[in-house]
Design a protein around this ligand. Structure first.
Ligand code: ADP
Length: 265
């Protein structure tokens, strides 16, 4: 009595997934999807079985970053089969369900929850080491839905992506408060676009405020700083062209930073 068959079905799918990681940011444009795609790709390249779920219903970008935008989700008797990226990440995004690239989605809260539930429950994820979940910026219906839908199968937690600017204006603090309120563990914070390294002289410029503040705030909030990514035009170009998996020069500052972050997730 009192059981919810829809939740039971979702739990069965989620129990076959060892690590569930939610990537969040306080506002848009800080590199949340870039970090989510790069993490998923690098985990897959290290041999893990990985899927990425894009719950950014109004602005899905994982299909582009992981190069599956020309593939459709197919249906099987066991559920939706997500497209497979060149590096072997199963990618499920509402973007793959839209009739065209410029189609807009306008959904109210309950319908968003319904869609997030369907994506988690009706997809044939199979056995996975990691499910990386990208979310829209801020804290709204999708985040609340995820916290509630995953409550029985405990996600590992949240990776918060931020720029140095966000650190100053309290965006990160609000995110942390939200996570604590809804019972989501915080794995840690990734500081993105802190510095720009001049390709010629290698001097570093603190374009958006520079490093330092993230470490201090993380310590103050009692959460780990997982790493700092530089502003790297090569990373942006690769991601936009669907090559998030394509490692930049392995010894580049960006790739080394990504490697350190992957190890902590
Ligand atoms: P969000 O998901 O937070 O909205 P995106 O991941 O879409 O942000 O990133 C916003 C833009 O910034 C994209 O054009 C992306 O390529 C670029 N970008 C993100 N991180 C970096 C970085 N470390 N260096 C250079 N460009 C970046």
């Amino acid at each position: 009595a009192g059981r919810d068959p829809a939740q039971d079905a979702l739990n069965i799918r989620m129990r076959a997934i060892k690590h569930k990681v939610i990537v969040m940011s306080g506002k848009g444009g800080v590199g949340k999807s870039t970090v989510a795609a790069c993490l998923a790709a690098r985990l897959a390249l290290r041999g893990a079985t990985v899927a990425a779920l894009d719950t950014d219903i109004c602005g899905p970008s994982l299909p582009t970053l992981l190069a599956v935008s020309d593939q459709e989700i197919t249906n099987s008797q066991w559920g939706w089969l997500p497209p497979l990226s060149p590096c072997g990440v199963k990618v499920l995004s509402v973007g793959s369900m839209l009739p065209s690239a410029d189609a807009a989605v306008a959904l109210r809260g309950p319908r968003k929850t319904h869609l997030v539930r369907s994506m988690l429950r009706d997809t044939l994820w199979g056995r996975l080491t990691y499910l990386i979940i990208d979310t829209p910026p801020g804290t709204s219906d999708e985040h609340l839905s995820l916290a509630r839908l995953l409550r029985d199968t405990r996600p590992d937690g949240v990776v918060l992506v931020t720029t140095p600017q966000d650190l100053v204006c309290g965006v990160v603090r609000r995110q942390v408060t939200f996570c604590r309120k809804v019972g989501l563990n915080i794995i840690g914070m990734v500081e993105n676009m802190a510095e720009f390294e001049c390709p010629c002289c290698k001097e570093r410029y603190p374009v958006l405020g520079g490093t330092g503040a993230a470490g201090r705030l993380a310590a103050d909030l009692g959460i780990p700083l997982l790493g700092t990514l530089p502003l790297d035009p090569a990373l942006a170009t690769r991601c936009e062209s669907g090559s998030a998996h394509d490692c930049l020069t392995p010894e580049s500052t960006t790739e080394r930073a990504l490697g350190r972050i992957v190890e902590k997730v």
